[in-house]
Design a protein around this ligand. Structure first.
Ligand code: C2O
Length: 538
């Protein structure tokens, strides 16, 4: 199972799982066994920003379970207080009405494209919905025929919207233009007419693209009426995924795009070091070195991986993180057609979103963020700066509503148990095996019979059987009289044996499924957390 903990509560809005079948697992090698090569150094640009020095190196990291899923907001505002930057402020969502021309960032030439989204004055803050359907992102090189048919149909419908209603923000070109507007200077920073809003080359890179894919995926699911639909990821950290996934290379398929480097069509081997060598084995080894370097070896701080701080009023592009400038840019450049003026499609940010492969590429970029967070290195994995957590973007959702999305999206709690709900909960410590799950401030109507069951990492949508390892416990209440009619209580469920039974001691997060059995409408859960087992007492 490859890993993904995309979780990271405060920021992630995605709720999904990646494929856990064995071969989507990234190539994993012990760091010490990986070659590194000091000769690299390739300089190339994706013209969105002035010069992205790419600096490849290194390797696949791994992770065990693909179980992942993120869900924002559990922690709400936990980290919001301590910033020393007196003048700092988070980047705000752009004002669509002020959207202007897009330029090629390198040459500064005005691009012949209007990439501004439809204007709206109605913007709703986005609140993460309760997790009801897990979405599993599959590795693109391993998808089934049925999946391909669905994916193609979803993209076909998205493309049809371009013709049927070019102003529908869910259309294929409208979606592609989001990337252009956020990258090629069409959006200004709110309050700073002279500063472009730029979502690359800084710590906004991962969260912006996570949100972008999040809505893209929901739109596709909506168009084919499948709320479980998920994008595939291009598993380029795995030697088996080191070519353009073939599903994108069938002429006539809606996934096909002619604006790609023709020399790099399958079975050409992806070259993340862009070193242009012909020894296949060396190319694979270089790719793994690129991965290892950008995930582990060169990363000495959180920002080394995530990218540099970018706040309101700052000049755009303060600096890319290792992943953005490494494998990420390399795959863009490698796919784009060098014979086109601006390397279209994938080779320039204004046009990258016109290639459906872009979203698949970014599925893996997002996965790298998740995997990185699970690595046992001593670099802290989360940015707690409020200017990072409160930075927000604007997207249209699957129902055409404009949504402002901050990384610390509003949380689920207090949660009324109207339906089966899944919640991602961090363990008290990675590798901690002896822990207790606490459901706090469970508020019930005391006159009602109430019952719900709790499962951990259960994939079953409506578990009826309790005789399984994932069953963690039950809350139940017999109707009784109290003065206030309301009853408030906590329950603690010991997880120690459950962990052993399902072998998840080493995970750093678990997924808790709450299944209402009776009168869930009358139950509100205040919060959920995992704590170390207290010492035994009577
Ligand atoms: Cu917004 Cu891969 O770029």
């Amino acid at each position: 199972m490859a890993a993904q903990t995309m979780a990271s509560l405060p920021y992630s809005c995605t709720v999904l799982t990646t494929n856990s079948r064995p071969s989507s697992k990234p190539f994993s090698a012990k760091p010490s066994q990986l070659p590194t090569d000091s000769r690299r150094s390739h300089c190339f640009h994706v013209s969105c920003n002035g010069g992205t020095n790419q600096n490849p190196s290194a390797e696949g990291t791994v992770d065990r379970r693909n179980l992942l899923l993120g869900l924002g907001g559990l922690y709400g505002a936990a980290n919001l207080v301590s910033d020393s930057q007196a003048y700092a402020a988070p980047i705000e969502p752009p004002e669509f009405k002020n959207c202007g021309v897009a330029r090629d960032v390198q040459s500064n030439k005005i691009l012949d494209v209007n990439c501004c989204p439809p204007v709206t004055d109605k913007v709703i803050d986005y609140k993460l919905p309760p997790v009801t359907n897990l979405r599993t992102r599959p590795a693109a090189h391993r998808v089934s025929k049925e999946y391909i048919a669905k994916f193609e149909e979803a993209i076909r419908r998205m493309k049809a919207l371009d013709k049927d209603d070019p102003t529908d923000p869910r259309g294929f070109m409208q979606q592609a233009n989001i990337h252009c507007a956020y990258c090629n200077g069409a959006h200004d920073q709110v309050g700073f007419k002279d500063l472009d809003l730029q979502v690359h080359n800084s710590w906004l890179f991962f969260p912006f693209h996570r949100w972008y894919l999040y809505f893209y995926e929901r739109i596709l699911g909506k168009l084919i009426d499948d709320p479980t639909f998920s994008l595939p990821f291009w598993n380029w950290d795995n030697p088996k995924g080191m070519q353009m996934p073939r599903i994108f290379d069938k002429t006539g398929s809606p996934l096909y795009n002619v604006n790609r480097d023709q020399i790099h069509r399958p079975p050409a081997l992806l070259d993340l070091s862009l070193s242009n060598i012909s020894d296949d084995l060396q190319v694979v080894v270089n790719n793994l070195s690129v991965m290892y370097n950008e995930m582990i070896r060169s990363v000495n701080s959180t920002l080394d991986f995530m990218g540099q701080p970018y706040r309101k009023g700052d000049n755009p592009s303060p600096g890319m993180g290792s992943s953005e400038r490494g494998s990420h840019i390399a795959a863009h450049v490698w796919v784009g057609n060098p014979n086109n003026t601006y390397g279209e499609d994938m080779g320039n940010f204004y046009s990258a979103g016109r290639d459906i492969l872009f979203y698949c590429h970014h599925g893996n970029v997002d996965r790298m963020w998740s995997i990185w967070r699970t690595l046992k290195t001593d670099v802290p994995k989360d940015i707690t700066d409020p200017d990072f957590l409160n930075a927000a973007f604007l997207f249209y959702d699957e129902n055409k509503a404009a949504r402002a999305c901050a990384q610390k999206a509003e949380g689920l709690f207090p949660l009324t148990l109207k339906k089966i709900t899944r919640v991602l909960v961090p363990k008290s410590a990675k590798g901690k095996a002896d822990e207790v799950l606490v459901l706090e401030n469970i508020e019930t109507d005391a006159t009602q019979y109430v019952k719900f069951d709790v499962f951990v990492n259960d994939e079953d949508d409506n578990a009826k059987e309790l005789d399984k390892a994932e069953y963690a416990g039950t809350f139940a209440q017999v109707p009784h009289k109290t003065k206030s009619k309301k009853d408030i209580s906590n329950i603690n469920l010991r997880l120690t044996e459950l962990y052993e039974d399902i072998d998840i001691d080493d995970d750093d997060t678990i997924v808790v499924t709450l299944v209402p059995r009776s009168n869930g409408d009358n139950v509100t859960i205040g919060g959920i957390k995992i704590i170390p087992s207290p010492p035994k007492s009577a």
